[in-house]
Ligand binder design. Structure first.
Ligand code: DHB
Ligand code: FE
Length: 284
């Protein structure tokens, strides 16, 4: 019985859940991608693969290993994990190139829209006695010119003290450590939560097999996920990390930027730590 529960908590469950959620929210559904663009992008991608095969004299044994691994990634439902760990950071870099204001970074596979709406000072939904160091995360949302953005929406989601995300690992309350905080009329917000643990991407599925085969590690540094938005402004999707934390300088998903590292101090009131971080949103 224990084995079954452990199994469900790992790759099979998180991978399949990430695939299902992605199908529900797909940004590009129905997008009519121009034929010439598909021709260019796919031709160049294939040419890069052909070049690698020639330069490294890839064997039939290696080609078959790749084929069987690709089949298995789909069966495990791990394509969202694979893409968000190894490709999304470059897509985000290009998407954010011309945007002013706060830095963004990857969304990852574990965002769920429509989390509970909370007032400007709020505690994220959590279990009684939720494990982890209490964290007060506070700040202000403004435009590039400093105008406070009244009623800005600060959506936050993050892993628990064991590195698990609600709705993707079994046994957690539906909205655990997920919420949508509405800033006050000065754009201020105060979010009480706990510090998440570093996150290990599932090691028992296809992505884990690739990591082991290549001799890499599977870790992302502890991080808070955020989407910050306001009418007439560009939404930013970002993550914040903790100075001195494990894997801040060797994130497997390459999503850390210097501007995204928090340095919390002791809480002014009560236990735990607190930190202030302001968001600046560019015009839409
Ligand atoms: C993955 C998980 C995350 O929590 C994240 O922020 C990015 C990627 C992943 O497992 O693919
Ligand atoms: Fe994450």
């Amino acid at each position: 019985m224990t084995d079954i529960i452990t199994e469900q908590a790992t790759a099979a469950a998180s991978g399949a859940a990430a695939t299902e959620k992605f199908r529900g929210k797909q940004r590009t559904e129905g997008a009519d991608v121009d034929t010439r663009r598909v021709d260019t992008l796919v031709s160049e991608l294939l040419a890069a693969a052909h070049d690698i095969i020639r330069r490294h004299k890839v064997t039939y044994a290696e080609y078959d290993a790749l084929k069987s691994w690709l089949i298995q990634v789909g069966q495990d439902g791990e394509w969202p994990l694979f893409l968000d760990v190894w490709l999304e950071h470059v897509v985000e870099e290009v998407a954010g190139e011309d945007r002013e204001g706060s830095k963004g970074t990857i969304e990852g596979p574990y965002y769920v829209p429509d989390s509970p709406r909370l007032p400007a000072e709020a505690t994220l939904p959590m279990r009684d006695g939720e494990e982890g160091t209490p964290l007060l995360f506070q700040g202000r949302v403004t435009g590039v010119d400093g105008t406070p953005l009244a009623g800005a929406l600060v959506e936050m989601w993050h892993a628990d003290n064991d590195g698990f995300y609600s709705q993707f690992a079994p046994g957690l309350p539906e909205w655990n450590l997920r919420g949508a905080v509405v800033a006050d009329d000065q754009g201020n917000f105060k979010i009480h939560t706990i510090e998440p643990a570093p996150y290990q991407i599932p090691t028992d599925g296809s992505c884990g097999r690739l990591i082991a085969a290549a001799g890499w590690h599977a870790w992302r540094p502890a991080h808070l996920h955020l989407k910050v938005s306001a009418p007439g402004r560009q939404l930013i999707t970002t993550q914040l990390y903790f100075k001195g934390g494990s894997h801040v300088s060797d994130d497997i998903a390459s999503a850390v930027k210097p501007e995204l590292i928090l340095d919390p101090g002791p809480a002014a009131h009560g236990a735990g730590r607190e930190v202030t971080y302001d968001f600046v949103l560019d015009k839409a």
